[in-house]
Design a protein around this ligand. Structure first.
Ligand code: R1P
Ligand code: GUN
Length: 292
């Protein structure tokens, strides 16, 4: 039904990739960061970098989307050891959902306890403006409704339990920290908190679909992040997720606007610096936890 949906990666395969990486580096990352479309500059903030092209990492998929460089970057942010995915994987690239989320399990096996995910998203909430940063407080998993969940298949208890809760997917302490840091940085008038709805893509949504998602309670829409959140929570890592609102979803039949990837990348560049500052300040303030 879905690409390779029965074929998850075994614990041993994930461990082999993690051990290969650990044998190449001195650093032991505590924070894992995923850069969304056009937000890859975040990785450049890391000091004492050690970078791997995805093509050189055993078992790793390749980035195929413009704005996702395809590099895994290790380094420190104000002394805190981090690993950063400069480019993520999406269902529409043709990867199975298990392959899309493989790096999150690798993060766990590298020793990461907190994951910060970023994405570019379309604004559904009519109060949102292009350039707003939305702290994700909850999600609606549309592919999950259709049975495409990254935890499908046999469950390996070494990662986590068969039926993990998702009512606590987004860590409240991290969310409050992000609000506090945002206020300190003077982001009050463009920092939001809301619900992210994931769709499979790659086509952008119709007007009727946008209206439907608004009625369901979604504030922003995208094609990523949620699968990664589910896998991160399954294996006990804490999650903070941020959406950069790169475009307004088209909600009106009179509108001449059309969603497009170029606009997504351009807005990414405009707000990249603020997003970087928010994430880097957060990282320096995060208290280490071994599990959620
Ligand atoms: O979610 P990220 O990876 O930021 O990318 C977003 O931007 C792309 C569309 O422009 C889609 O891939 C959507 O999910
Ligand atoms: N599905 C979807 N993904 C996006 N990523 C950035 N903008 C959008 C959007 O409008 N819709």
């Amino acid at each position: 039904m879905f690409p390779e949906s029965a074929n998850g990666y075994s614990f041993e395969e994930c461990s082999a990739t993690a051990e290969w990486l650990l044998s190449q580096i001195q650093i032991r990352p505590l924070v894992g960061i995923v850069c969304g479309s056009g937000l890859g500059r975040l990785a450049e903030m890391l000091k004492d970098q050690r970078t791997f092209n995805y093509s050189d990492i055993p078992n790793f998929p390749q980035s195929t989307v413009h704005g996702h460089a395809g590099r895994l970057v290790f380094g420190t942010l104000k002394g805190k050891p981090c690993v950063c995915m400069q480019g993520r994987f999406h269902l529409y690239e043709g990867y199975s959902i298990q392959k899309v989320t493989l790096p999150i399990r690798i993060f766990k096996l590298l020793g990461v306890s907190t994951v910060i995910l970023t994405n570019a998203a379309g604004g559904l909430n009519l109060d949102y403006k292009v350039g707003d940063i939305m702290i994700i407080k909850d999600h609606i998993n549309m592919p999950g409704f259709a049975g495409n969940n990254p935890l499908n298949g046999p469950n390996d208890e070494r990662f986590g339990i068969r039926f993990p809760s998702m009512s606590d997917a987004y860590d409240k302490e991290l969310l409050q920290l992000a609000q506090g840091v945002g206020a300190e940085l003077g982001y009050g008038n463009f920092l939001r908190e809301g619900v992210y709805c994931v769709l499979g893509g790659p086509s952008f949504e119709t007007i009727a679909e946008c209206r439907m998602m608004t009625k369901l309670g979604a504030d922003a829409v995208g094609m990523s992040t949620v699968h990664e959140v589910i896998v991160a929570r399954h294996c006990g890592m804490r999650v903070l997720a941020l959406s950069l609102i790169t475009n307004q979803a088209v909600m009106n039949y009179d509108s001449q606007e059309k969603a497009n990837h170029e606009e997504v990348l351009e807005t990414g560049q405009l707000r990249a610096e603020q997003l970087e500052r928010l994430v880097t300040t957060m990282v320096t303030r995060i208290q280490d936890h071994n599990s959620a």
